[in-house]
Design a binder for this molecule. Structure first.
Ligand code: FDA
Length: 402
């Protein structure tokens, strides 16, 4: 029997793989899409609380470093400027999928992420894409006839091979390191991988005073890094049993370096020292009660419990004690002992080094016909639809170069 042959084999039927397959198929190429999981696009399915935050209107393609992390965020500029959020929105509209904006430019499907998956599958069908799923890939070789893959459905070959196997987060829904291993097999350098957009954890004893706050959420300003490379976000913080989560912490986690502290302003919209000084002159209430003007009462109670000088009527508190309280609340310095890891991370930082890839096509410079797209590349977006936009844009760049 002759080995089936395609113009392109795409490994990974996630966001990037499906989109790339559809576009390449619609350009007239014979495309085979392979995934080891029984279902396509599990991450789209669970994303955005089941509604998929599919892009972000605030993406500024001229300044990718504002919303993307990696050794060279400028790498994604070319692909992002050729396939923009407006392009994906237009595709959604052509398929009649209603969407809405939630927060800071984040766009979500009105009904369900399933609508976006169905749209991508319809686009693949329009391109005549063949799909092998579930299908395990064993060895991958490269010779005169292109790429030869041994799979549990038999051998298959193609002139082009696209690695779209994503990152390491949430292994229970199919994430593997296959793409990174394949990249290494072909000599591509990798940037060290770590969990990104991930809740951070704290040492048990140090966390004990805050463990009772589990479930509490409030808007904060959170920062990390030295003065020169300071990164800050204004977002909601969520206390958990083991540490901190919520958009504020997920965002900062992509910049946080182990062993360094986070600085959190728990009352970012007021000058707390001035407010407490004013309250001292007019109020007979306990300090904890005064604090509830700016903080949730559970947080105010837990905070004053840390110092006996804060457990009294504000009129009787010393200026020094009030200043110390304001300082602690507006510059709470706390050092995580780690993160919740890939089990809870939304993305993987690091990956295939962009220096090995063409920013026009995503093709490996030293390995013709081999392409890397989506999260497997060392480009990670902020929370808010940026990672899917990178998946669409890198897939589009690749599909038009195959
Ligand atoms: P993706 O992970 O989508 O696809 C990779 C595919 O490769 C999978 O289908 C997998 O089964 C397959 N694969 C893996 N190993 C294989 C192997 N050995 N052989 C064959 N196939 C293999 N982003 C965003 O912009 N907005 C959002 O709302 C969210 N929300 C969100 C929630 C949660 C819980 C997570 C975990 C992540 C998000 N993200 C997100 C991130 C986003 O899901 C992610 O960046 C993209 O899905 C990446 O697209 P890829 O196609 O690169 O990988």
């Amino acid at each position: 029997m002759t080995t089936p042959s395609y113009d392109a084999i795409i490994l990974g039927a996630g966001a990037a793989g499906l989109f790339c397959a559809a576009q390449a198929g619609q350009r007239g190429l014979r495309v085979l899409l392979i995934d080891h999981a029984p279902k396509v696009a599990e991450k789209i399915r669970i994303s955005g609380g089941g509604r998929c935050n599919f892009t972000n209107r605030e993406l500024d393609v001229r300044q990718p470093h504002r919303h993307f992390v990696g050794q060279n965020p400028q790498f994604c500029r070319s692909a992002l400027s050729r396939y923009t959020p407006a392009d994906f929105i237009a595709l959604m509209e052509r398929h009649g999928i209603a969407y809405h904006e939630k927060h800071k430019g984040q766009l979500f499907a009105d009904r369900s992420a399933e609508d976006i998956i169905a749209m991508l599958l319809a686009e693949c069908a329009a391109g005549g894409v063949e799909r092998w799923q579930p299908c395990k890939v064993g060895s991958v070789g490269h010779g005169e006839g292109g790429y030869l893959l041994a799979t549990d459905r038999g051998p298959v070959r193609a002139a082009n091979l696209v690695i779209a196997t994503g990152g390491l987060s949430i292994p229970k829904i199919g994430a593997t390191d296959f793409g990174y291993r394949l990249a290494q097999q072909f000599g591509l350098p990798l940037v060290e991988r770590t969990p990104g957009l991930v809740p951070l954890t704290f040492d048990g004893d140090a966390w004990a005073p805050y463990a009772q706050l589990s479930g509490l959420a409030l808007p904060v300003e959170i920062s990390t890094g030295s003065k020169k490379e300071r990164m800050s976000f204004h977002e909601d913080l969520l206390f958990t049993h083991r540490g901190l989560s919520g958009p504020a912490v997920l965002q900062i986690s992509s910049y946080w370096q182990p062993g360094t502290p986070l600085s959190i302003n728990l009352a970012p919209n007021v000058d707390l020292a001035a407010e407490l000084a004013r309250a001292k002159l007019r109020s007979r209430k306990l300090i904890a009660n005064e604090l509830t003007a700016w903080l949730p009462s559970r947080l105010a109670d837990a905070w004053v419990a840390q110092d006996s000088e804060w457990q009294r009527p504000i009129a009787e508190a010393s200026d020094k004690a009030l200043n110390r309280l304001a300082e602690r609340l507006s510059r709470w310095e706390i050092t995580p002992n780690g993160s919740e890891g890939y089990r809870k991370a939304e993305v993987t930082l690091g990956g295939v080094d962009t220096r090995a890839l063409s920013q026009q096509s995503m093709e490996c410079k030293a390995q013709p016909g081999l392409f890397c797209i989506g999260e497997v590349v060392d480009i990670t977006g902020w929370l808010g639809g940026y990672n899917f936009q990178w998946a669409w844009a890198s897939a589009h760049a690749c599909a038009n170069s195959l």
